[in-house]
Design a protein. Structure first.
Lengths: 156, 156
DNA sequence: CGGAAGTTGTTCAGATTTGAAAGAACAGGT
DNA sequence: ACCTGTTCTTTCAAATCTGAACAACTTCCG
């Protein structure tokens, strides 16, 4: 807070993480789109719904999981609904809310895309890592995330 | 390539990296915007130009450094030009090209924003890491980046 | 109960981003 | 000089994303 500079090592780490995670995502999204008619956002929606009990989630919960602004999710689900991947249903116990529900077609699309996508993740990311790297990354980013959400909670 | 699944450890690492680097960037961009009238994209443009010899860069080079699609950079520089942060000049030796040039106002904006931004990076990212973490991240992401650009070169 | 205060999801307008197409200029051979 | 193929940047329209404002509910107290 006082020392508002970064050492060369700190700066190198920061830039390496930001730049290559960005390039990594772009590459993986390109792979996904070439192989499947799905955006990475589409894919992530499908994953979240597939993992959710009843294959359905409140819009708000889904937005949180995806780190999407509410209006973005409304739009996202709108386009997926047009393509038949999801349905929107009113929420039974809270009449303000609605739920996104995975359709059979959505599940099929996910199943069709998953192997290729996971292969891409393996090829571009996992293959470069040994078990120690994996553990280190998980530990580091999990901790960062915890601190971030703690900070977010405080500032309200 | 054959085994197109990920182990729980692999999946956990992948999700942790993607999610928290995303949240991290959002948080840091929020900080920057609250403190400065600049987007993270604006800031990165300013940094690249400030570090470049003559404080100027060809559009294409800048686009590569920022991982921006060409048309995106055109737009980006357009908005920054309106705000007086950069200028556009025709490239002397190649009449197809143009250069983005940092203005005094742009440099001043960068200098004004940098301490706060770097403080934010330290607070949300660096502070959670010890020296070993830093070294591990740099090593890992540098290697990933090398592989990615190698793969990109091949596929053309 | 009654109503202030908070939630939830959508809508709308405007900003940004993408991708394809085009225009201009370079480079290499012929 | 003259093609032919490339590269560089911009333009344009369409797709996506953001943030503020809103309508419909819910909750919480008094």
């Amino acid at each position: 807070m006082r020392d508002e500079k970064l050492s060369p090592e700190e700066l190198a780490a920061w830039r390496a993480v930001v730049e290559s995670s960005q390039r990594l995502l772009i590459t993986i999204e390109d792979d996904l789109r070439k192989a499947s008619e799905l955006t990475l956002a589409d894919y992530n929606v499908l994953v979240q719904l597939a993992e959710a009990p009843g294959r359905r989630l409140r819009m708000g919960d889904l937005a949180t999981k995806l780190i999407f602004a509410p209006s973005r999710l409304t739009y996202q689900i709108g386009t997926m609904e047009k393509r038949g991947l999801v349905t929107r249903e009113p929420c039974p116990d809270d009449r303000r809310g609605s739920e996104a529900v995975l359709t059979e077609a959505g599940l099929a699309a996910l199943r069709a895309a998953a192997p290729g996508h996971l292969g891409s993740v393996r090829r571009h990311f996992i293959e470069d890592l040994d078990a120690a790297d994996l553990a280190a990354l998980t530990k580091i980013f999990t901790r960062i995330d915890e601190r971030l959400s703690a900070a977010r909670t405080e500032s309200r």
